[in-house]
Ligand binder design. Sequence first.
Ligand code: HEC
Length: 159
Amino acid sequence: MRKFKSLSLSVFSAAFLLSCGGGGDKTVESSNQSETADSSPSDYDPQRGIGKWDETNVDVSSFDAAMAAEGKKISDTKCTSCHKMTDERLVGPGWKGVTERHKPFWIMNFITEPDPMIDVDPKLQEQLELCLVRMPNQNLTDNEARAVLEFMRENDGAQ
Ligand code: HEC
């Protein structure tokens, strides 16, 4: 059963790898623009995203190694089939530098509930156009999401 699961997953990733491999492929770029214009509410804050997390409830003032280790475990089961730790794209973008590209609360909002943000966030829309796949909701609890964020911070050099 396990074997079957990982086999079908690698076939899945391989298929997307092919579609994402080129980097210079611009053919999908123009097709999406009219749709996005309708769906983005003018009050969307791209720094914050959509959700309950903001600068008041995500504290990244110190690094917690135990939490990062927990986050690595969670990532290994729920995320690394699509994300590498480097800056290289797999199905989704590589995680190197992700904590510099996005605020910690943006990441918390996105990884606990990706769907509403994928619909309106300009950067997520760009990524969607590149890979033509939406990140699925991985049903992370608040604590799991926070641990994964700590692991991303460690990967970006927090200590
Ligand atoms: C089935 C593949 C898949 C899985 C599994 C997955 N993601 Fe993603 N992820 C994506 C894709 C594709 C994107 C690009 C946005 C989009 O198209 O939805 C993305 C984007 C992201 C981004 C934004 C990256 C950036 O540089 O802007 C973060 C953060 C992220 N994912 C975190 C996670 C976490 C945390 C998990 C595990 C809990 C996870 N992802 C699991 C496919 C996946």
